[in-house]
Design a protein around this ligand. Sequence first.
Ligand SMILES: [Zn+2]
Length: 350
Amino acid sequence: MTDPEPHRTTLSTTRTRRIVVPVVAATRTAPPRDTDAPLLDPPSTRRNRGRLLVTGLVAAVLVLGSATAVTTAVTAGALAGAPASGDAALAAPPQAAAAPAQAIPAPTMIGPDAPADACAAAPVATALAAGDDAAVIAAVGGVESFRTLVTAGTTACLSLGDPGRIWTVVNKLRPYTPTDYAPAALRLPDPVRSLAGEQLRADAATALAALGQAAVAEGAGTIAMESGYRSYATQKRNFGAGGPEVEASVARPGYSEHQSGLAADVVPCTSRGCGTMDDLAASPQGAWVAANAWRFGWIVRYEPGRTPTTGYIPEAWHLRYIGTDLAAAYHDEGWHTLEEFFGLPAAPTY
Ligand SMILES: [Zn+2]
């Protein structure tokens, strides 16, 4: 951990800070063809820029004298104020696009001013439709910008309640909708062994495989997966009659992170066999996982001392996949619960 324990003030700072557009976005928006950036400006700025662009493009068209260019220019100009402008404007003739862009300062900042636009922006919509969650985060400007939008809670397409996204948060206050949600693509985390044959969502399986291989390569030893995806029906069977003791470590049916396919319980293994989940914390594998899981997109979801927030006793073995971008921020900023990371209320009980 590089920072002291985070708290609400840290998040508040994050939320109000304006953020430099990442390299990818800056490249795409570099003058003279900076067409995505207007979506990230305040609405009034976008409108002004749209008008400027229309004016400039029409002027350029008059010089060019082409009916096709008129159509292109007006279309591109109209789109300049809309989130989907990027690709359309990029396709415009270089002559038409260059003229107005020179009159408009290249934007270098984004912030929380335009949450309503995020879902409609073409790169965001495309990434969402493709199920490419990492690309969605990149398309809204990176992790900091993503968290700003998510914690504001006004960006429907970035809902923390969507169990199909790597950023979903499931806890005792946040059950699945629908209750019997099941992920689409599941597979084994090979070459990490799945002791009971359980699977993970494909992206999480790939990430657990990478984690397991790195643990071996870096001398920590071998891990195996004790438990992965757990269906709603299985949870109902396992939960039995419930009760306070059970509920300290076992989620009620429809409330388990395992139902997302994004959670894995891991155990340490040696040449003599594999230990139990309880053996992980004191093992070399457990120490390595606690320090390095984030590099592969995983976090230890239920850390010691966080029961009042998570509602669960410490579980060194229970890893949750959130993708490498979010996990790196979670690690680098010193967060210990997903609830605090996303500004959600504590969820100690149902
Ligand atoms: Zn677990």
